[in-house]
Design a protein around this ligand. Structure first.
Ligand code: NAD
Length: 356
């Protein structure tokens, strides 16, 4: 059976960087991987093509595919549109429509890029961690919410932190399964000492852990986790946490590596169907110049092979090709240093294909 991938390039550098990832996937396909790819517009490109940042045909393609590869959306020419028509709405809607509740954000340090981190080399060299963030629940969606005038007559804002057992359980299963593919260490992050929501979160984690006796589960308060991520990030293998804590910790973790053009991400549903995209945006300042770094998107494609298609060997081939290219001193402008070979976006894609 062939694997069906919806390719949604989006705006800005999106088309340039997804073209490189597609090139890499096609090279693997010519070696026997059965892939079927089809492209559709999203974001500003969707608005231009069909007057909607998530055109119906794009959503239908994404629904029928096994996985979605996305570039990035947004750009200054769309900023004046009414909110529902803005590119970012296309992204929020597709995540919701596909019920992508688990967001995976790896942070991995390449030895040659260790100087790009603001932290000391001994703290970050060899870093390889994964944050699994719950994406569709928590205080960002909980009701009641609002701003009202309270009994004392002053305005008061309120939000509600909520997690149901089933929401915690399904993200727990994803995190345990990921830990199994890695070092089998899972750290669940919450605020058990203060929040009832966290009390339930921890209880459910402990229950689910019984199904994964080969994975070591630990628990950490979120304030301590924020500290430990900069003190000793290498103690972590996989972190699982709620939406708000994960929002903050995943940004913190990605900055440990110092280079936004190198980090991919995945958002998964219950059946490991996923949308894969770089963590950076559409970089309108460098769009169309063939200087963007495509590695975050290429590494997102590797995540797709691993987490949706369970093609671990093919994923490893891409990741090791990227490591080889970096080790050989091939660099796009954003990660260029003295003595390395500066190449454009397209040439970087070619270099990865050659190193496969
Ligand atoms: P950005 O991530 O697009 O760019 C930030 C800086 O990093 C820029 O200087 C850019 O040139 C650089 N950069 C980003 N990706 C790069 C790459 N692959 N190679 C080299 N350099 C790279 O963030 P921004 O400037 O805040 O936002 C620009 C647009 O992107 C906005 O419209 C924003 O809404 C959108 N955005 C989209 C997503 C998404 O699609 N998931 C995420 C964030 C921002």
């Amino acid at each position: 059976m062939s694997m069906k991938i919806a390719v949604l390039p989006g705006d800005g550098i999106g088309p340039e960087i997804t073209a490189q990832a597609v090139k890499v996937l096609k090279a693997l396909a010519s070696d026997g991987l059965r892939l079927e790819m089809e492209e559709a517009p999203i974001g500003g490109a969707g608005f231009d093509a069909a007057g909607d940042p998530l055109p119906e045909a794009t959503l239908a393609l994404a629904r029928s595919a096994d996985a979605v590869l996305l570039g990035a959306v947004g750009g200054p020419s769309y900023d004046a549109l009414p909110r529902p028509m803005r590119p970012e709405q296309g992204l929020l809607r597709i995540r919701k429509e596909l019920n992508l509740f688990a967001n995976l954000r790896p942070a991995q340090m390449y030895p040659e890029l260790v100087g790009a981190s603001t932290l000391r080399e001994d703290v970050v060299s060899g870093l390889d961690l994964m944050i699994v963030r719950e994406l569709t629940g928590d205080i960002y969606f909980g009701k009641p919410r609002g701003i009202h005038v309270n009994e004392a007559g002053e305005r008061e804002g309120f939000n509600t932190m909520r997690y149901s057992e089933s929401e915690v359980r399904r993200v727990a299963h994803i995190a345990f399964r990921i830990a199994r593919k890695r070092q089998r260490k899972l750290c669940s992050v919450e605020k058990f000492n203060v929040l009832e929501t966290s009390e339930l979160w921890r209880e459910v984690m402990i229950e689910v852990a019984k199904e994964y006796p080969d994975v070591a589960l630990s628990h950490m308060y979120v304030d301590n986790a924020a500290m430990q991520l900069v003190r000793n990030p290498k103690q972590f293998d996989v972190i699982v946490t709620g939406n708000m804590f994960g929002d903050i910790l995943s940004d913190e973790a990605s900055m440990l590596t110092g280079s936004i053009g190198m980090l991919g991400s995945a958002s998964l549903d219950e059946n490991s169907k996923g949308m894969y995209e770089p963590i950076h945006g559409s970089a309108p300042d460098i769009a169309g110049k063939d200087i963007a770094n495509p590695l975050a998107t290429i590494l997102s494609a590797a995540m797709m092979l691993r987490y949706t298609f369970s093609e671990d060997a093919a994923a490893e081939r891409i990741e090791s090709a990227v490591r080889k290219v970096i080790a050989a001193g091939v660099r796009t402008a954003d990660i260029h240093t003295d003595g390395s070979l500066r190449v454009g976006c397209n040439a970087m894609g070619d270099a990865v294909v050659a190193a496969l």
